[in-house]
Design a protein around this ligand. Structure first.
Ligand code: PMT
Length: 398
């Protein structure tokens, strides 16, 4: 119940994506939020208020003169107690109204009269989204501190393809949960490595491992949610970059090493989640090695890669360094050993069969105070717990 106790006003404006707002409402309620729906008159042409009323168990408002509000102050009362006003879908017309401070219906008046944060999930045709007027409005809204969720890219109801679709209800829910995370790392700069590295043998073959990047990307997202400015140096993975995170894509350990050193001086925290190849072929071949071209199978001479984490930890004024260790056995002994050898304050241990590839993991944190097990959970949940631990270590260092 990630939104337990949160009071949300869900504004629905006129657009075909309005039907998805019903699913969004269901998801918000399932996470424990209490939700008051307010619709524009146009929205009621796409979905009837009865749908939202039945799902939320509350009357739905669309008219600012609604006599069901005792003092006739619906435009103020509905958002007064709210923790957030979320408008999904937000049409181009509604965003224009918001940007100009217009208040000519209940929802736009609520938005102007609110004291709580405003999040909007735009939904419109791609040309409307790209129109200079919409671009100006979005820039104005961002400047006013409005959070813009999406839009997504893909097929549109009008038959066109491009940017402008409302992001999916599950994604909006994730953004809402992120919105309410404590801002423990506000003002901090976090640098991470994630994923595997790929060390070329020839143009199509190489040495790599099974890291999917999921653990590192979850931590990048959790750090961003906690208010940090996050730079993610990522080996080759097929994951989208978390919203608000700056990503530098690399392939080999040497590239990762260079990218980290480029960024590290400006970082308060360095988290090495990547499964970096310890060795690379000494002489990558420029052409594809042909089978049977030699009398014996080729011998590959290997060179040791630099230890990025150990080097960062040995800097004169290092950021708070956090390492990871994936082991197949003796986790506690090997992990603590790695922590001491690399001289880092916090090391996160996981078992290979838990850590690599899956959506869930089980972690043990090792620091000067001992061991702190984090039981099996989705990687994002563990990432948030790790971020909380890092924030408290930063606090102690001050
Ligand atoms: O990506 P996923 O599929 O979600 O999987 C996540 C994970 C299992 C890869 C991750 O949780 C993890 O455990 N990463 C560390 C893997 C490991 O065992 O690394 P290591 O023992 O080789 O290195 C120890 C630490 O030194 C790590 O923080 C590593 O990033 C760092 N290191 C290692 C070698 C090197 N040349 N440079 C480094 O910075």
């Amino acid at each position: 119940m990630e939104l337990a106790g949160k009071r949300i006003v869900l504004g629905v404006t006129g657009g075909i994506a309005a039907y998805k707002a019903a699913e969004l409402l269901r998801l918000l309620l399932k996470e424990g939020a209490s939700v008051q729906v307010a619709m524009t008159e146009a929205a009621t042409h796409f979905v009837t208020p009865v749908t939202f009323q039945a799902l939320s168990g509350r009357p739905v408002f669309s008219d600012q003169w609604d006599s069901r509000v005792p003092n006739n102050m619906a435009h103020i009362d509905l958002s007064r107690e709210a923790d957030v006003l979320l408008v999904a879908p937000a049409s181009a017309d509604f965003l224009a109204k918001l940007a100009h401070g217009l208040a000519d219906d209940l929802l736009s008046t609520l938005a102007l009269a609110r004291a709580c944060p405003l999040l909007v999930a735009p939904a419109m045709n791609r040309q409307m989204w790209e129109h200079p007027a919409t671009c100006r409005n979005i820039a104005t809204l961002r400047g006013d501190g409005v959070d813009i969720l999406g839009p997504g890219c893909g097929d549109q109801a009008c038959g066109e393809t491009g940017l402008g679709r409302m992001i999916e209800p599950e994604e909006i829910l994730a953004d809402m949960v992120a919105h309410f995370q404590p801002k423990r790392l506000a003002g901090k700069r976090v640098l991470l490595t994630a994923g595997p590295t790929f060390e070329a043998i020839d143009p199509v073959r190489g040495i790599t491992n099974l890291s999917s990047g999921k653990m590192g990307y979850a931590i990048a997202r959790a750090a961003r949610e906690a208010g940090a400015q996050v730079t993610l140096v990522s080996g080759p993975v097929s994951l989208p970059c978390p919203q608000g995170v700056t990503r530098t894509a690399v392939t080999s350990a040497l590239q990762m090493h260079a990218a980290v050193h480029h960024e590290v001086a400006a970082s308060d925290v360095f988290i090495a989640v990547a499964a970096v190849a310890d060795y690379r072929p000494a002489k990558p071949i420029g052409h594809k090695i042909k089978k049977g071209a030699q009398a014996a199978p080729p011998q590959i001479e290997l060179l040791q890669n630099p230890d990025i984490l150990a080097e960062v930890a040995a800097l004169r004024d290092p950021p708070l360094c956090v390492g990871f260790a994936a082991e197949s056995e003796n986790l506690a002994e090997y992990a603590e050993n790695k922590r001491r050898t690399k001289k880092i304050p916090l090391l996160v241990g996981n078992l290979i069969h838990d850590g690599f590839g899956g959506d869930d993991n089980t972690l043990i944190l090792f620091d000067d105070e001992g061991q702190h097990p984090l039981p099996s959970a989705p990687k994002l949940e563990l990432a948030r717990q790790l971020v909380a631990r890092i924030a408290s270590l930063l606090e102690k260092r001050r």
